[in-house]
Ligand binder design. Structure first.
Ligand code: TRP
Length: 333
């Protein structure tokens, strides 16, 4: 008989800081849906405490959490197959963070290029909170509590996964084999350039098309997008970087390659090309919009509750194993 192979588990997540946009879609969401449908057991953490690393305003977090879940479901992540859960409501994550923080030195945590970069970008150099400094340890707990085999992330997250592996190995060798050693699963999708052409698409840069933008908003944004001088539709990274970024976007939403696109627009100028691009983006977003409109708020709340409950139950199992391995289960009820 053929041995049934146990399902591999993936864990990944997002900070609830705003709506999902096309950069998220092509960068990670599409890949998550694919992995889910290939049969990976999928856990997605909505890392609300991690938001506090660089801002202390909390007014928008709740709305952003529900927006994320709407977004996940509208692109095809299925709550029957995937578990979405909210970090702050899984206390076992905080417990595990406490334990893990003893297994790593301040020096080691301080050597994290991604955190250094974030501190620099936010201008926090002179006033870094302990939580900001050490959030990769909390992220290690996010991953290890769920015994994830793989963590699908972008390149900027690799230092966190490396740290996670080190801490997990340390625990396992000190107290016994409790933790699965996870591996990063780098997605090979390119970072989507924003409508201003020069940087990555992101909310804070004001250059993003959101999955829940209306057709009119999409059109207005595309028509405003930066282009180069000249008028021919030519894929040319060096001399027409802005137009080329738009052709890449055209390609992603339409499925046409760049040669098809160049051929489709002989001597028509940028305006006609941009109008067509807006149409293609809207065609691409339509099913996502429809799906979103069909989901009731009460269902989203139920999904958040159920997922978080499942995460707590799983997390408690891991914490029991941790306490046992550490001989810190004292028979207390
Ligand atoms: N740090 C991730 C980000 O900013 C979000 C995140 C939190 C995460 N916990 C995680 C990602 C665990 C992967 C695994 O995008």
């Amino acid at each position: 008989m053929v041995e049934m192979q146990a399902k591999k588990r993936i864990l990944t997540g997002d900070r609830p800081t705003g709506s999902l946009h096309l950069g998220h879609y092509f960068g990670t969401l599409q890949n998550r849906v694919k992995l889910q449908n290939e049969g990976y057991e999928t856990y997605i953490i909505i890392a609300d405490y991690q938001v506090l690393t660089d801002r202390l305003e909390t007014e928008e977090i709740k709305e952003n959490i529900y927006n994320l879940i709407y977004g996940y479901m509208s692109v095809g992540l299925d709550p029957e197959k995937s578990t979405f859960f909210v970090q702050s409501h899984v206390p076992q994550l905080a417990e595990l963070t406490q334990v893990l923080s003893m297994l790593v030195s301040m020096n080691r945590v301080g050597r994290n290029p991604t955190v250094k970069e974030e501190i620099k970008t936010m201008g926090l150099e002179s006033n870094v909170s302990l939580g900001m400094f050490s959030y990769p340890v909390s992220q290690a707990a996010d991953i290890l509590l769920f015994q994830a085999n793989f963590v699908p992330v972008g390149e900027d997250q690799l230092p966190h996964i490396e740290l996670t592996k080190e801490i997990a190995r340390r625990f396992n060798s000190l107290y016994g084999n409790v933790f699965t050693i996870p591996d990063a699963m780098l997605s090979d999708f390119p970072r989507l350039v924003g409508l201003d052409g020069s940087q990555k698409m992101s909310k804070s840069r004001g250059n993003a098309i959101f999955l829940n933008d209306s057709p009119e908003e999409v059109k207005a944004k595309v028509m405003r997008a930066k282009t180069d001088s000249g008028s021919t539709i030519k894929y040319d990274k060096k001399n027409k970087p802005y137009l080329t970024a738009l052709i890449d976007l055209y390609s992603l939403v339409s499925g046409l390659n760049r040669f098809d696109i160049e051929e489709k627009f002989p001597d028509v100028g940028y305006k006609v090309f941009k109008e067509s691009l807006a149409d293609e983006i809207n065609k691409f977003l339509d099913p996502i919009r429809e799906k979103r409109a069909s989901i009731k708020q009460s269902y989203v709340e139920e999904v958040a509750n159920e997922g978080t409950k499942r995460a707590r139950e799983y997390g408690e199992k891991t914490m029991q194993a941790v306490r046992e391995a550490m001989k810190m289960d004292y028979g207390l009820k």
